[in-house]
Design a protein around this ligand. Structure first.
Ligand code: NAD
Length: 318
């Protein structure tokens, strides 16, 4: 395995935002681009490489094929199709399941044995698809889960309380989507609970609900205004890849496999977890209150319902 080698499958808006972020930060040895649109990856390789003279460190950028996965440390999957007008979420999930299944098979056929990171939507379901099809241990398949939602939350809390988002330690958990929730009792700015800051500064507690609503509505608003969201998730992917490559043991709210944690089983969903070179080192189990537990159970129910409506059949089909 080549340390610092990343293969990106899906050189679209999200994938290339990650690539651009990596080039600007440095520290990734090699990035190979794969897409069904081969011409596009060649164009992206050229365009990105022309930024190298102004990048902080060298980085090998190549367009390639699945054989490149063999010695990669991580493969990032951002391939998929966007929701078409009139198409239901389930129909989109079915289409993307077929795409992600095929990609996973091709990745595994190369002899790959690293960490797969999935961003394609619906991400909690696509991560499960990759895990099932790849046969990799559960810790080696990670979804972006609520990493982006958590970044949005930290930004909005920071903006509200006028502090740096770097000092906001608050997390979004659950489905990457409408049923996510914030365990506010575990949310801090620096070393003080967000709830205490709200109380001591006479801010209405209701505003916390508005902040969460802002997170949930963010994707809809951005898509309405500019058709797609990609910079935030691109940075989130870069962050996650680095946690793996640099063996960081960092806490991120990834989509990871639950086996009795939070009273749930056989599901990939967003919860805080420690990420290092082995992928998910361990899950962090918070003491959720009854309301939060109900929210998590509801999120799990929605994901499993969608999975059972034909996704599992597609996974098992030849
Ligand atoms: P995009 O259409 O710009 O890019 C998708 C790319 O996938 C295209 O280049 C396409 O050619 C490629 N592709 C399609 N089928 C393929 C296949 N079989 N093999 C290889 N490549 C294939 O879309 P985007 O805006 O980059 O979004 C990509 C995915 O990321 C979507 O599923 C989107 O919903 C998801 N997304 C996730 C998050 C998150 O937080 N997890 C946030 C934003 C977007």
């Amino acid at each position: 395995m080549k340390k610092g080698k990343v293969v990106l499958v899906g050189a679209g808006f999200v994938g290339m935002s990650m690539a651009y972020s990596m080039l600007n930060k440095g520290g990734i040895e090699e990035l190979v681009l794969i897409d069904i649109d081969k011409e596009k990856t060649v164009g992206e390789e050229m365009d990105l490489s022309h930024g190298l003279p102004y990048a902080p460190r060298k980085m090998v950028i190549k367009s390639g094929d699945y054989t490149a996965c063999k010695d990669a440390q991580t493969v990032v999957i951002t391939a998929g199709v966007a929701q078409k007008p009139g198409q239901t979420r389930l129909e989109l999930a079915q289409v993307n399941t077929k795409i992600v299944k095929q990609i996973t098979k091709s990745v595994m056929e190369s002899g790959f044995n690293g960490i797969i990171i999935v961003a394609s939507n619906p991400v909690d379901i696509m991560t499960y698809v990759v895990w099932k099809v790849s046969g990799l241990p559960k810790n080696k398949v990670i979804g972006t889960g609520t990493v982006l939602d958590t970044a949005r939350l930290r930004y909005l809390v920071a903006d509200y309380l006028k502090v740096s988002s770097k000092n906001v330690h608050a997390y979004i958990m659950g489905e990457h989507g409408d049923s996510s929730f914030v365990p506010w009792d575990h949310a801090y700015v620096g070393c003080k609970k967000v709830k205490d800051i709200m109380k001591d500064n006479h801010h209405p507690m209701e505003d916390l609900k508005k902040i969460h609503k802002g997170v949930v509505n963010a994707a809809y608003e951005i898509i309405e205004k500019k058709k797609a969201t990609y910079y935030g998730i691109g940075m989130a992917l870069d962050r996650l890849v680095r946690a793996v490559i640099d063996n960081e043991n960092s806490i991120l709210t990834v989509s990871t496999y639950l086996e009795n944690q939070y009273g749930q089983n056989d599901i990939y969903i967003g919860v805080p977890a420690i990420i290092n070179r082995n992928g998910v080192r361990e899950l962090i189990e918070l003491n959720l209150n009854d309301y939060e537990q109900e929210k998590l159970d509801h999120s799990c129910k929605l994901i499993k319902e969608m999975r059972q409506q034909s996704i599992e059949k597609i996974i098992e089909s030849k």
